[in-house]
Structures are given as C-alpha cells and as structure tokens.
Write a protein that binds this ligand. Structure first.
Ligand code: MG
Length: 344
C-alpha cells in the first residue's frame, strides 16, 4: 500500500458547499440569482492543505451535487503531482475544483506561488472589467455610479432596451464599455444592434447569439463595427478551431474548461489560431477568481470581478490596484481564509 511508504500519505478530500450572497440580484439574458452556490475542495496531504473551488454551470448540466459525486468517487492516491491520472475522465466542473486544489497543493509543497510555477510575469496582469447585470435604467445607473472611476465595465444585455441602457450609461461613464448578450439575440438583431451601439464606443460584444452557429457569427462579424468574443461557444480548446475567422476572441473560464490545465490548453490553442483571449469568471469566491488571476499575464482582457459581486467572501487572495489585477505572493494560489493571518 502506498500509505506504508515512509513520508508518503494518502491525499484526503473534503468538500464544503459554499453559499455566496450577492450585493445585487445578478440578472443575465437567461437567468437571475441572488445567492451563488459553489463548492470548496480541500485536499490534505503531507501536512499541507490544497484549496480549490468549482462553480458548476447549470447550462452545462453540472451542479454542486454532480461535482461532489464525481470527486468522492475518485481514488486520489498519494501523489498530487500525478495530474494527468488524477484529472482524467472528470466532467469540466469536477475537474476544475480538483485541478485548482492540486495546483495549490503543489505550489505549497515547493513553496512557490502558482504564477512562478507557470513561469509568468506578475507585472503583466491586465485590468479587470466590472460587470453590470441587467436591471431597469435607474438601478443600472446606480450600479454604474457605485463603480466610480473603475476603468472598464461589462454591461449585460440581451433582454431588450439595449440602446437606451447604453445611452444612459454613456451619459455618466467615460471608461471602457464591453457588452455581453449571453446568447440573447438573433443574428439579424445582433447586426442591427451592434451597428447602432457603435456610437457608444463599445470595446467588444460577447456571445451575441446562441452557441452552435459559428457561420452566423462570421456573418455578423462581417457586418459589425464591434469585435465579437465567444463565451458559451468556447467551452474548451476543442471548440476553438471552428471559431477561427468567425470571431475576434474567446472567453476562457476555468469552470468551463476544467481548471488551470484546461485553461492553458485553451489559451495556447487560441493564440495559435490568431484569436484574442479574455479570462472570465462566474459568481464565485476568491479561490476560483485568484486561480484564474494567476493565468492573467497570458491574456488580453480580464473579467475577473467575482469578488466585487459578492456581499461577503470567506476567502482572500486576488487584489486590485485601480482595476489592475495584483497577484498574491503566497505559495500555491496564495489564498487564505479571510481574517486569518497568512503564514505563507
Ligand atoms: Mg459571458
């Protein structure tokens, strides 16, 4: 038995479902939520604890329960470096939670931050956008005022009143605006709306139409003054070749593609295909957002605003300097339980 070898202990798993109350009810084109449900993955091995998290996406038929079932059924053995074996065959949200916890554990084992293990330059992090969910005009303006001087916002659209909403926002906000329709338009609506909203100086539009129609995206792109980025259409690296020439960029989320390894695969594939890269998040705790932030020196755009959307977060890691992502120095993810003293 592996556990009998000197100095080697089995990896122990604990799963903690996490409820994150939101500052504002968060509405996008297809759903609305006031509490986000994620699951914290804790791995204990050789006196260390690796922290991971998954925020399963209902659109892809994954849930906190399905993540728990998949991970509990896994034989984790005694070697956290055996990433290929440990992650093989898991569904993306399951893989995401375990992959992040393993990377945290490995970073703690070698006493190095994740960005160092990946060979990245922490000075090259992008600025993040701050997301404004769908609401009436008055509430939307109130949220934009709360954003203050933050340099980039991402406005959720796709339920009507798009031009009125953007006109009102533009009247009080001079920073960069990107928009996300979350599959809310038809191709014809997209061309018409994007043409009209160009006057509000929109940086790009995320996922204008339902996923699964790259040639329609190409048709829109040929007629749109605003660049297009996919999110629902780009779950993992295998989705990207079909998008070449159809869009300008893709949104990478750790929960869609299975964590750090899946995200690196997507990022490198996108670069090879000439696609620009955005790094996004779900409504989630700082474990997941910080994990994504460690990859952010590799990308063009970041939408890592999970910590701004929650009313309280039991974890702390990523920080921001006027919107620019600041990576923590601690080993692994550098995430600590909020309020605790960091010993790393
Ligand atoms: Mg999106």
């Amino acid at each position: 038995m592996a556990a009998e070898r000197p100095g080697v202990t089995p990896i122990q798993l604990e799963l903690d479902p996490l409820e994150l109350p939101l500052k504002h009810t968060f509405t996008i084109a297809r759903s609305s939520e006031s509490v986000a449900h994620t699951v914290v993955v804790r791995l204990r091995w050789n006196g260390l604890e690796g922290l991971g998290e998954s925020a399963p996406i209902a659109r892809y038929d994954e849930s906190v329960d399905s993540v728990g079932a998949g991970l509990r059924a896994r034989d984790l053995g005694d070697d956290p470096y055996a990433l290929e074996r440990l992650l093989d065959g898991l569904a993306p949200a399951q893989k995401c939670g375990l992959d992040i916890a393993l990377h945290d554990l490995i970073g703690k084992d070698v006493a190095r931050p994740l960005w160092r293990l990946l060979g990245l330059d922490p000075a090259r992090t992008p600025h993040t956008s701050f997301t404004i969910g769908i609401a009436g005009i008055d509430e939307t303006l109130e949220k934009v005022r709360e954003v203050g001087t933050h340099p980039i916002i991402k406005v959720k659209l796709g339920k009507g009143a798009e031009l009125e909403t953007l006109e009102a926002i533009r009247s009080i906000y001079t920073g960069t605006i990107r928009v996300d329709a979350n599959e809310g338009w038809t191709a014809h609506q997209a061309v018409q709306l994007l043409g009209e909203m160009a006057r509000f100086e929109i940086e790009f539009c995320e996922q204008p139409i339902p996923a699964g129609a790259p040639e329609q995206l190409r048709w829109i792109r040929e007629r749109s003054p605003i660049p297009l980025v996919t999110d629902e259409d780009s779950k993992d690296a295998s989705d990207l070749p079909a998008l070449r020439g159809c869009v300008d960029g893709i949104n990478v989320k750790l929960v869609k593609c299975g964590g750090i390894r899946g995200a690196l695969e997507m990022i490198h594939t996108a670069r090879a295909l000439g696609l620009r890269i955005m790094l996004g998040c779900m409504v989630e705790s700082q474990i997941l957002t910080t994990a994504a932030a460690h990859l952010s020196p590799l990308v063009d755009w970041a939408d890592l605003d999970g910590p701004f959307l929650t009313a309280r977060d039991p974890f702390a890691g990523i920080t921001y300097d006027r919107g620019k992502i600041v990576l923590p120095d601690g080993s692994g993810l550098g995430v600590r339980e909020a309020g605790a003293v960091s010993l790393s």
